[in-house]
Design a protein around this ligand. Structure first.
Ligand code: C2E
Ligand code: MG
Ligand code: MG
Ligand code: MG
Length: 285
């Protein structure tokens, strides 16, 4: 295209920039409308006990069903939602919907201890009224606070450590649990890990995926499990895709797993079958 315009490279770049800016703007206004139009859906993925295949809880994972494009993955719109602050109303909507849904499942399947995990972005974590907002949602939906686990990434809690610690304590004061998501990919120091009120570590998928092939990944997974045992934290391995990975994790005494091998994230209607079963088929053959 630059050649067609007689080598006017500046024009070429300006056009490119404009279209990118325009695309962003369009996406932003679409994202803004998506919530009002009811285009978001919460999917759920089971978190399973390695010991007996029982579903201990579900993680809420957001999906956007764009009328023309179809399903849009959160990795494509969450970064923009975070930048624009739209993640705050969207995140509150996810919390309300998923707390109500899990409470309903607890009653329907007589599973009063079924847990819910919800991802929190930095923009939400920074808000002074987050604990009050969450306490309200819990009261309205009647979900027990200790059955709600908020997932934070290492980067979310990395900013000002003192402030992060205070925020975490404000959250745990209302009774909710905290987990570190994608653990092992960030720079959270072990000192903070010990100090912060964190109940669970989720081993990042990149380590689980490589666990059989790469000795380094196996070593990291072992170390995280040992760390969790010694700090009194639960360990959840994310992204389990095969029986071989599952068996290895079992041998390493990892207690909770999540991944396509056990169950994909599914809409509420479809996950009922998995919830109705007493356990997922963990040990095959
Ligand atoms: P995450 O919290 O680490 O969620 C796990 C991601 O791994 C999900 O991607 C899930 O679908 C995917 N996954 C689960 N098992 C497997 C597996 O066996 N193999 C592979 N390849 N992938 C697996 P998803 O649903 O696309 O979400 C991506 C990220 O978007 C999430 O990562 C989370 O950081 C963010 N996200 C999703 N929903 C929300 C939300 O409601 N609020 C916020 N703030 N972030 C969200
Ligand atoms: Mg997560
Ligand atoms: Mg993760
Ligand atoms: Mg993540």
């Amino acid at each position: 295209r630059a050649a067609e315009q007689g080598g006017n490279r500046f024009q070429f770049y300006a056009d490119e920039m404009n279209s990118t800016a325009l695309q962003r703007l369009m996406l932003e206004s679409r994202l803004r409308r998506a919530l009002e139009q009811g285009e978001f859906v919460v999917y759920y993925q089971p978190i399973v006990s390695v010991a007996d295949g029982q579903i201990l809880g579900v993680e809420a994972l957001l999906r956007w069903f764009h009328p023309e494009i179809g399903m849009v993955s959160p990795s494509e719109f969450i970064p923009l939602a975070e930048e624009t602050g739209l993640i705050v109303p969207i995140g509150n909507w996810v919390l309300g919907v998923s707390c109500r849904q899990v409470r309903r499942w607890q009653e329907q399947f007589d599973r009063p201890n079924l847990r819910l995990s919800v991802n929190l972005s930095a923009r939400q974590f920074e808000l002074d009224d987050l604990p009050a907002t969450i306490a309200n949602v819990l009261r309205e939906t009647n979900l027990a606070p200790e059955l709600l686990e908020l997932e934070l990434t290492e980067s979310v809690v990395m900013g000002d450590a003192e402030e992060a610690e205070q925020r975490m304590e404000d959250l745990t004061a209302i009774g909710v649990r905290l987990a570190i998501d994608d653990f092992g990919t960030g720079y959270l120091s072990l000192g903070y890990l010990r100090r912060f009120p964190i109940q669970a570590l989720k081993i990042d998928r990149s380590f689980t995926t490589e666990i059989e092939r790469d000795h380094g990944s196996l070593t990291i997974v072992k170390a995280i499990i040992g760390l969790g045992e010694n700090l009194g934290m639960r360990i959840v391995a994310e992204g389990v895709e095969s029986q071989a990975q599952l068996s290895l994790l079992q041998a390493l005494r990892c207690t909770e797993v999540q991944g396509y091998y056990l169950c994909r994230p599914l809409p509420a209607e479809e996950i009922m079958n998995a919830l109705q079963a007493t356990s997922l088929p963990l040990i095959k053959g």
